[in-house]
Design a binder for this molecule. Structure first.
Ligand code: SF4
Length: 722
């Protein structure tokens, strides 16, 4: 029987000793820390010795081997990983890049020997659950179809009648306040003023008309706390308002349009007061962001561009601000126009790094197309044309649809002309030396969500006409890449916007950011399902990027891996049967998806990948946990995703180490506040490793009738330290 030591610095670790008598004995007989580690290693290796694969995986970070080891073995492998990686030093960019030495099991040793160390419950819980996994007491929670259905049905959609009614109430309140402000002269917008002498009812009707106009929402966007407080009524708590006041003083930008503000439900939905947390978390600043503002460190390194010099991914780019490139096949155009702005500001946006230096993209009047843009556009097109590998043009910003129709049309026409030239130039190139031709165009936009009023018949005509012209130039794939965070954003207005976009013959795909609010069980599955219903296919489910400033919305990579295995898995079944070619050609996409789901009895089609955008280059969910910080945050070592083509730079790069910004314990405490039963999340601790999913064939590039040259133009290995 174990007699627990008395007067210890903490009691956090008691359960580890009580539940694992072998560990207690090993600690007792060890004279030094090194001897304890040696005894423990031998003990774990003996337990794993029946599995040569588990053993081999522990030594070699190999995803093929990982997929063959059992859940229980993963616990042992993780403990070995803590042993093999002890004394490694890593930079913790959550705290200014400070160097920390990871030695996870030392915390246990110190505790046992009454050596006072600064540890906490988060760290102890990690150890408790890892030993439980190793000893077979922690199991994964596989869901049945029925259980997943129940989880999905817990969540609401923006088209549910009670949600529609709340939004109507919000809209009415916002409109009435704006009428007062226009009448009193507090708000003056030349394009939105009342004719003299009209009655209140007429003003009210006019405001409803304006509500359908995107310009109204941009001109009446809320940028200060006072107005936010007035317009939001009881929907926003006084604590949030206090935080906004602090944020305003610290210079954190804020921008929300009236339509998106009207989506908040808060206490107006008493049965689910936290249902709108995914929206709030996207809109409302957090303590951590306000505190970190001014010292935020850039996550993405390849965005730092010096024309003529290779970026972090090795690509030489022609201009400083208009092209981003990570991968060989695609480069992103960021126009010098309103397209640099967005219909609202997401607080976890990576551009906060820029915003803290005063580079604001929400001063809309200053973003009209500058004269020089036409020259730049021609330089960019020349770059695509002369590049051997580029075949995919992604226009973003900000937001591609923030550009006016005229600006957008101008860019799209330039792309068609370039695609024709690029094709023609290939005629004179020999087999094996031909360049990739442009086959895909994408518009990255959150406006179907933030501002569905932007999707007008004129825009649809433009997109339709462009598609026809572009098909003649060899472009076969047309994507609107949007960003719904929650099914609550799928409002009747958004449904209409998606229907219109689909009618233009474009495919609409979605990328969700897996914030802690969006990570609630069944939430992402519900979003996938509701999007499928309206003909949208899911592309990525992204882990939140950033360091401490985004820790509030960070859901941990373990939760992302858990969601993949325990919830999304059901939608992955038969997903390979989904015929991408027929889907592209289908004129009724919602029906096509519906028929497929009915045929295979699926809740949704999991065409998306759960993934993290790594700081530096590439995406991946192939990781293993190599250690823990004293406050229980995980230290993960990532490998590059092997399922897609990368820049050659990746071959010379080391694995990427990330110190997470939040512990699993803190994550669980956060979602518990929102009413979640965290006991059903327990297996999250067992996800110490992740493996990147394969890319679904729906995202494959159209095969060209020739071999593309293996030569990379516009590429150079970056200099060390660049
Ligand atoms: S829509 Fe995208 S670019 Fe715009 S604020 Fe949100 S995250 Fe940032």
């Amino acid at each position: 029987m174990i007699t627990l030591l008395q007067n210890k610095a903490t009691n956090f670790f008691e359960r580890v000793y009580v539940e694992n008598p072998f560990l207690y004995e090993l600690l007792k007989i060890s004279i030094t820390y090194d001897s304890f580690i040696e005894y423990l290693r031998i003990f774990i290796e003996e337990q794993l010795s029946a599995s040569a694969i588990a053993f081999a995986y522990a030594e070699k970070f190999d995803t093929v081997l990982f997929q063959q080891i059992t859940w229980k073995e993963q616990g042992g492998v993780r403990l070995l990983s803590y042993i093999f990686n002890r004394k490694r030093t890593v930079n913790d960019f959550n705290y200014g890049g400070r160097l920390i030495e990871i030695d996870t099991l030392k915390f246990l040793w110190n505790d046992f020997n009454n050596i006072v160390t600064d540890t906490n419950e988060a760290l102890a819980n990690e150890l408790i659950f890892t030993f439980r996994q190793f000893t077979g007491k922690l199991l994964p929670q596989k869901l049945t179809d029925e259980m997943l259905k129940e989880l999905i049905n817990k969540h609401k959609s923006g088209t549910d009648s009670e949600i529609v009614a709340i939004r109507k109430q919000n809209k009415d309140r916002i409109i009435r306040i704006f009428i007062e402000k226009i009448e009193s002269g507090e708000i003056v917008r030349p394009n939105f003023s009342f004719p003299d002498g009209i009655l209140f009812d007429e003003k009210y009707a006019l405001m409803h008309e304006w509500w359908n106009d995107k310009s109204f929402h941009l001109q009446f966007a809320i940028r200060n706390v006072r107005l936010l407080k007035e317009l939001s009524g009881e929907v926003i708590s006084s604590e949030t308002i206090e935080l906004f006041i602090r944020a305003e003083k610290a210079g954190v930008p804020f921008f929300v349009n009236p339509y998106y503000l009207s989506l908040l439900t808060g206490k107006l939905l008493p049965s689910m007061p936290y249902a709108d947390m995914p929206i709030r978390q996207y809109l409302f600043v957090s303590e951590e962001l306000v505190d970190a503002f001014g010292t935020i460190v850039a996550w993405e390194k390849e965005d730092i561009v010096v024309p003529g010099k290779p970026n972090a991914a090795g690509w030489i780019l022609p201009t400083e601000h208009n092209l981003h490139r990570r991968y060989p096949e695609v480069a992103i155009i960021i126009p010098d126009s309103m397209g640099r702005a967005c219909g609202g500001l997401c607080v976890s946006c990576q551009r906060m790094f820029d915003f803290q230096r005063g580079n604001l993209n929400f001063e809309l009047t200053k973003l009209k197309t500058r004269l020089k843009w036409s020259e730049k556009l021609s330089i960019l097109m020349d770059y695509y044309e002369k590049d051997s590998q580029l075949r995919d043009v992604l226009i973003t910003g900000g937001d591609a649809l923030m550009s006016s129709d005229a600006t957008l049309e101008n860019i799209l026409n330039a792309i068609v002309a370039m695609a024709i030239r690029k094709r023609a130039a290939n005629v004179n190139r020999a087999e094996g030396r031909k360049y990739a031709e442009i086959t895909r165009i994408r518009l990255g936009t959150r406006l179907p969500v933030y501002l569905p009023q932007r999707i007008t018949p004129e825009l649809i005509t433009l997109l339709k006409n462009f598609r026809l012209k572009a098909m003649d130039a060899g472009i076969t794939q047309f994507f609107i890449q949007t960003h719904f965070e929650t099914s609550l954003e799928i409002t009747p207005e958004a449904v209409n916007a998606i229907e219109m976009l689909l009618s233009a013959g474009w495919i609409v795909s979605n990328q969700q950011v897996f914030t802690s609010a969006a990570s609630i069980k069944g939430h992402t599955a519900k979003l996938r399902q509701e999007l499928n219903k309206i003909g949208v296919i899911n592309y990525y489910t992204f882990s939140v990027k950033g360091f401490l400033e985004n820790s509030n919305s960070f859901a941990t990579n373990a939760r992302l891996a858990q969601e993949l295995v325990e919830e999304k898995e059901i939608g992955i079944r038969h997903s390979r049967e989904f015929n991408n070619i027929d889907f592209y050609e289908s004129t009724d996409k919602p029906k096509f998806i519906r028929d497929f789901l009915e045929k295979y009895n699926l809740p949704f089609i999991a065409t998306d990948r759960n993934i993290m955008n790594l700081p530096g280059v590439g995406k991946s969910l192939t990781f293993r946990t190599i250690g823990l910080t004293s406050d229980g945050r995980r230290v993960l070592e990532f490998e590059y995703d092997t399922h897609r083509m990368h820049s050659p730079v990746v071959e010379m790069m080391n694995k990427v180490v990330i110190v997470e910004s939040k512990s699993i314990h803190d994550y669980l405490k956060q979602i518990e506040q929102w009413g979640e039963d965290i006991s059903v999340y327990e297996s999250i601790y067992g996800y110490g490793n992740g493996v990147s999913e394969k890319v679904h064939k729906i995202w494959n590039y159209t095969k060209l009738p020739f071999e593309i040259t293996g030569e990379f133009s516009n590429f150079k290995y970056p200099e060390e330290g660049a």
